[in-house]
Design a protein around this ligand. Structure first.
Ligand SMILES: Nc1ncnc2c1ncn2[C@@H]1O[C@H](COP(=O)(O)OP(=O)(O)OP(=O)(O)O)[C@@H](O)[C@H]1O
Ligand SMILES: [Mg+2]
Length: 335
């Protein structure tokens, strides 16, 4: 199997001592969609920035397309495309002119650029808007224009940093369709970051769960979900009776695989949640535990995230309004 990305013990410590990336290692196979999934500040953009040669690592090694990101940065840049997290579309230009600016940056001959831009605008359903200024574009249209711009020089490896951040659910799904189409039609490797669970689940061949600069789990969405070993039952209790241990309240047996206590929530792993749940509640009540609420959870990447990091990714997700506010500020700054 050919590896398009090889990362070995990569570190990034920003001035001031912020350890954004702490010794991560992974590889991305040719042709796959690989996702870095993690909450705000996990180190996703930092990792992408190192792989796309925008910043230098503090320590460790990274190869992209076989080229060293530090020693052969120019070669790396020739074979990659990047859709950055921040908006890069120029609002004062039309969609078409945005693409022509991008083509000039990559020294693509004009006639070639025109043909490719036409095809890409058609592909991204932006043809009718090609001659409209980007300031009139919706969030989803901007993102599609950015995708088109990143594809203009036919990159072998495409990096997408939060491709659907701040977009409506419907628009998000549409962007996923485009990403899937790109992958089908081009012989391309895609590396993306996201903090949307479903996005990582639906699109990726493999997912690396990243938190505080470390990879906590890595595998296909199915492998990661299977690693949970079945369903999860969360029982919120008033308090455990004095002197009683968790093990005595819910013994691990054929049905119950693992029991943990987080605050006043008992988290139980079980192969068949529906069957185990009534027994657990009855057993707890008979032992004098007041059950406040019960939650049966089916395996999802959300649960995988919880399992490996001890928290929910949603808790740290920024609101859409905040994202748009931030993006508006970035656009104004970029002018
Ligand atoms: N240029 C910088 N200088 C100093 N610290 C930085 C810089 N860029 C990022 N950081 C810090 O490094 C950490 C990782 O940031 P990074 O942007 O890589 O995270 P992220 O996973 O992309 O987050 P988000 O989901 O918000 O995009 C954060 O604590 C952030 O504040
Ligand atoms: Mg980021």
């Amino acid at each position: 199997m050919m590896e398009d990305v090889v990362v070995e013990n990569l570190w990034k410590i920003y001035p001031g001592g912020i350890q954004a990336v702490k010794g991560i290692s992974f590889t991305v196979h040719h042709g796959e969609i690989f996702s870095l999934l993690g909450p705000n500040g996990a180190g996703k953009t930092t990792t992408i920035s190192i792989l796309t040669t925008l910043i230098k690592p503090t320590k460790g090694k990274a190869l992209v397309g076989g080229f060293d990101v530090e020693k052969e940065a120019k070669r790396v840049r020739e074979i990659i495309g990047l859709v950055p997290q921040d908006i890069v579309v120029d609002d004062d230009l039309t969609g078409w002119d945005n693409l022509m600016v991008q083509a000039a940056l990559y020294h693509i001959p004009k006639s070639v650029a025109r043909k490719r831009a036409e095809d890409l605008l058609e592909f991204m359903d932006l043809k009718e808007f090609a001659n409209k200024k980007a300031e009139n574009y919706s969030g989803g249209m901007r993102r599609r224009l950015e995708l088109a711009a990143a594809l203009l020089h036919r990159p072998k490896i495409l990096f997408l940093d939060e491709p659907t951040l701040g977009l409506d659910v419907q628009v998000r799904t549409a962007v996923w369709d485009y990403i899937n189409r790109i992958r089908k039609e081009e012989d391309m490797t895609l590396i993306m970051t996201t903090h949307y669970m479903e996005e990582a689940d639906k699109l990726s061949d493999r997912v690396a769960i990243i938190d505080y600069g470390e990879i906590k789990a890595l595998g296909s969405p199915k492998e990661l979900k299977d690693s949970l070993g079945g369903d999860i039952i969360e029982v919120e209790v008033e308090a455990l009776p004095e002197g009683s241990s968790l093990e005595s309240l819910i013994p691990v047996n054929g049905m119950v695989k693992e029991v943990k206590l987080r605050g006043n929530v008992i988290r139980i792993k079980t192969a068949e949640g529906e069957k185990a749940l009534p027994n657990i509640v009855i057993s707890l009540s008979s032992k004098g535990v007041t059950v406040k609420s019960v939650n049966l959870i089916k395996p999802s990447l959300d649960e995988v995230f919880m399992e490996f990091t001890g928290k929910r990714i949603r808790e740290s997700e920024v609101s859409k309004e905040e994202v748009f506010k931030e993006r508006a500020i970035m656009r104004r700054r970029a002018r």
